[in-house]
Design a protein around this ligand. Structure first.
Ligand code: HPA
Length: 264
């Protein structure tokens, strides 16, 4: 039995399967409280899973229904910068696949690189740039196509849902760096020159594994602060979490809107 099968055998006894999964970013954990008929298992109880030590990440797999749709919620993710090997991250997404997941909504907290974006606000990710310095697919000849990494059809659904509930949502490119330090002003100038609109330390690894496993992906970034040098204000994780809370209501409304869409 491989590691993913071992973890799956434990998880399937505790929570229900679902076609849709959500990965919640820093400070966005409140969405999990919306799930009805909740069942949950702590990452501690799952072989091969690791709990994030980062404040704002709880560390549970939860099943339930939101907007009458069955979902699995990964409440709390691990990050490459915590020193976890990429295999742990791969394993977590493989377990979702075994639980029946085919559609993945990945969320994160990010810094706004584009000056015209409001903060806090929501950004629909339409593409990414991987500058984490690693790739979870290393170890196999996984030459996967990423021309539609953030599903074009689903992006239309997200925009329609935002319009319906009158939330302004920007669209843009997310660039992932390893962290854990925030970027320098010079790095943010580089990031902007490279064509990114937001910057963060997560999401890309999970999306790469999800695409390899054939999932369709939606990415939503909660822009919790302006990236370094954009306004001159210093950055802090406290601000990230506070902004996450401020945007939480709109974020929950948007997710419910997406889940309510007949096209999703
Ligand atoms: N940079 C990197 N990661 C982040 C930021 C940022 O400004 N804000 C939230 N996550």
């Amino acid at each position: 039995m491989n590691a993913a099968e071992k973890a799956f055998n434990v998880v399937k006894k505790k929570i229900n399967g679902a076609e849709i999964a959500l990965i919640l970013g820093s400070g966005l954990g409140a969405l999990a409280d919306e799930a009805k008929n909740r069942k949950e298992i702590s990452y501690d109880k799952i072989p091969g899973f690791a709990k994030s030590k980062v404040p704002g990440h709880s560390g549970k797999l939860i099943s339930g229904t939101i907007a009458s749709r069955k979902v699995i919620i990964m409440s709390g993710r691990i990050h490459y910068y915590e020193g976890h090997p990429m295999e742990k991250l791969v394993l977590m997404i493989e377990v979702l696949a075994k639980m029946g997941v085919k559609k993945l909504i990945v969320t994160n907290a990010g810094g706004a690189v584009k000056k015209s974006f409001k903060v806090p606000s929501l950004m629909l990710i339409n593409d990414h740039i991987n500058m984490i310095g690693d790739n979870p697919l290393i170890g196999g000849a996984h030459f996967i196509d990423l021309s539609d990494a953030y599903d074009a059809e689903y992006r239309k659904i997200v925009k329609a849902a935002a319009k319906k509930i009158k939330i302004k949502i920007n669209e843009g490119v997310y660039l992932a760096l390893s962290g854990p330090s925030y970027e320098t002003k010079a790095e943010i100038r580089m990031v902007r020159t490279l064509g990114a609109d937001a910057v963060g330390m997560s999401t890309v690894p999970e999306v790469l594994v999800a695409k390899k496993l054939g999932m369709r992906v939606i990415g939503i970034s909660c822009l919790t602060n302006y990236a370094c040098g954009v306004t001159g204000a210093p950055l802090s994780h406290k601000e990230v979490l506070e902004s996450g809370k401020q945007i939480s209501k709109n974020f929950i409304l948007l997710i419910k809107g997406i889940l309510s869409s007949k096209k999703f």
